[in-house]
Design a protein. Sequence first.
Length: 275
Amino acid sequence: MRIMISADMEGATGVTWTDDVVPGSPPWDRFRRLFTGDVNAVLAGLFEAGASDVLVNEAHSSQRNLLLEDLDPRARMLTGRHKPLSMMQGVDSGVDGVVFLGYHAGAGFDGVLSHTYLENQITGVWLDDVPASEGRLNAAMAAEYGVPVLLVSGDDETCEDARDYAPDAELVQVKECVSRYAAICLPPARTAELLTTAAADAMAQAGRLERRVGPHRIEVEFDASHLAQATAVIPTVEQIGVRRVGFDAATMTEAMKAFKVVTAIAAGAVQGIYG
């Protein structure tokens, strides 16, 4: 059994604050160790339950946060940016399951550091008319390759979201959201135990599924009108509201590639403190 871990950081043990996840800040150096600890806890459970190979895809920000020197030596790690499938790079390599580790709630919803791709310019994303977090988007891509979502970890809002888009997945709540920047957190020793147990249990769901390939529509709402105007110059992207754009794609993979372009253009159109 070959498994992939898509590892984000906002939903990692103890993380509650911007500086906790911004590369180069003093708190980040501390929390990348807790982040690596979460990954190792999941790896322990996966290998214990029969995984033969696990690829860890670094999926947060610079995608250079995990400490390779501290990683379980049985795993392999994909690190660095500009991957064609971004957070889901590797899902097309014949894996039998994927873990969403350290995930978070989507833009416009309660949750610790909740957002969808851009930290604060996007106020909402919809996939086929359903509000979509990064987890929902990535689960749709996994389904396109016949890969089941085995486990999702993050705060309580993340787990509640996952109950809908990945109803068969194991869920691990490592913290309880109090506000966007505050949470009741479990210590690493406790979250490690929960993650390892859940990962081992989740291996029972591993195995290739029938691929679900088909067209999808994504709509994105921004916090300012000029971001919708800037992204509407992209071929296939249409401005459908003052702050909203939408586009259709033949597959989820194509939809997510287009979404990456939309977010890149929007990020480049932000001007100083006025956004």
